[in-house]
Ligand binder design. Structure first.
Ligand SMILES: *Cc1c(COP(=O)(O)O)cnc(C)c1O
Length: 411
């Protein structure tokens, strides 16, 4: 296909254009664990990275490959590796690329489990510095000789801070540091981190891309911008086996996916792939619902604060407007002291009291008591998370029904 087609058109037809058997419109679910080869040379070549193909499903499966192509396409990258969850993608990618003598700069405003695995890596001897990444100055101040990676999220969860994405990209390019951006909250429909010079892009496929809350998955995409040829941590035997531009992802697939084993199942890959077809439609609706709800909450006397990048009162509103095509489906609110947050949440009839985000249904969760409980009050304060914060993942319900539900719970 030579013509450049739109986001949804490309997604909808990508499996079919890969010519799966019988003219199937979806890539079939291949459940075989292992693959047999007529000529043993083929098997050897696959092991030695000389040939593409399948040997053992922990490190590659045709159904998963089809999803990886979709993610690569959506992110305008060169290749992707899928994992069993977003956390598997993050933890394995960092583990595969960084050594204990290296240094990482990460945003202080991170998904709770990402913060937690980074703490585990610190406990194992890795040097990681957390900074307020909404200003590139804070990142620049912490860069050292051995800094190998900078890690940020697009819209941080739950307080919706937006990293200084463009300036950090320039800084990483200038210093030759891997710039890893977690795009989960925006998804490739609202934003492509390649536009701010990210070298690696993380997506939790569990969230907006899968979209229906029925399958877990994660991915890392190589945008092709980072020069792996000069990266000192590449495992020596990969050099010469694969093209220089493929060194990074070969290492992620072998040292990250194959060795750590966070493999995406073909069944989950299929669910996510089907879900991804409606990413644009779902997110258009979730974003317009979220913006309308944010405005409703902002004018409500019992809501103290609304955290949503689409509001002009948001500290990085202009940055979000410039970089993202819409403002996302995630927001947080702080209710007035006169309201008991548990009683408020229990009054909601439609909105589900639940973790997760990016579901088609609207979900609400008290942040300090659940997803950020383990961190303790001090770290929560450092991350800008008030004790009475409620996070909302806005779904695709009819807006009037959502407003009605919140209105009834706020009396
Ligand atoms: C959910 C999430 C993850 C982890 O994804 P899982 O698929 O749940 O493991 C990582 N980063 C962000 C920003 C997330 O929201």
């Amino acid at each position: 296909m030579t013509t450049k087609r739109g986001f949804t058109t490309t997604l909808l037809h990508s499996d079919r254009l890969g010519k799966p058997e019988h003219g199937s419109l979806h890539k079939p679910i291949h459940t075989s664990v292992t693959y047999g080869h007529e000529d043993v040379q083929d098997l050897v070549d696959i092991f030695q990275n000389k040939k593409k193909g399948y040997a053992y499903s922990r490190q590659g499966n045709p159904t998963v490959t089809a999803l990886e192509h979709k993610v690569t396409n959506m992110e305008k990258g060169v290749s992707s590796v899928a994992f069993s969850t977003g956390m598997a993608a993050i933890s394995a990618t960092v583990m595969a690329l960084v050594k204990h003598t290296d240094h990482i700069v990460a945003s202080s405003f991170l998904f709770g489990n990402t913060r937690s695995i980074f703490q585990t890596y610190i406990d194992m001897g890795l040097d990681i510095t957390f900074v307020d990444a909404t200003d590139v100055k804070n990142v620049r101040n912490e860069i050292k000789e051995n800094t190998k990676l900078v890690f940020v999220e697009t819209i941080a969860n739950p307080a919706t801070q937006i990293a200084d994405l463009e300036a950090i990209g320039d800084l990483c390019q200038q210093k030759g540091i891997i710039y890893m951006v977690d795009n989960t909250m925006t998804s490739p429909y609202l934003f492509n981190p390649i536009n701010v010079k990210a070298g690696l892009v993380i997506n939790s496929l569990t969230k907006y891309i899968g979209g229906h809350g029925n399958a877990l998955g994660g991915s890392v995409t190589d945008t092709g911008l980072f020069n792996w040829e000069v990266f000192p941590n590449i495992f020596p035997s990969f050099k010469g086996q694969v093209k220089p531009e493929a060194l990074g992802m070969t290492q992620v697939r072998k040292k990250g996916l194959r060795d750590a084993g966070g493999t995406l199942s073909p069944e989950a890959a299929h669910s996510i792939s089907v879900g991804s077809e409606t990413l644009a439609l779902r997110l258009d609706r979730a974003c317009s619902n979220a913006l309308a709800l944010a405005k409703y909450f902002e004018s409500h006397p019992k809501i103290k604060k609304v955290f949503y990048p689409g509001l002009e009162s948001h500290p990085q509103h202009d940055r979000a407007a410039k970089l993202f095509s819409k403002f996302g489906g995630l927001m947080s609110i702080e209710v007035d002291e006169s309201i008991d947050i548990f009683a408020f949440l229990n009054k909601l009839q439609l909105v589900v009291k639940s973790s997760n985000l990016g579901d088609t249904r609207t979900l609400a969760i008290p942040v300090a008591h659940t997803i950020f409980f383990e961190l303790g009050a001090d770290k929560r304060a450092e991350m800008g998370i008030p004790e009475s914060m409620i996070r909302l993942s806005v779904g695709i319900e009819d807006l009037d029904d959502l407003i009605e539900d919140f209105k009834a719970a706020l009396v």
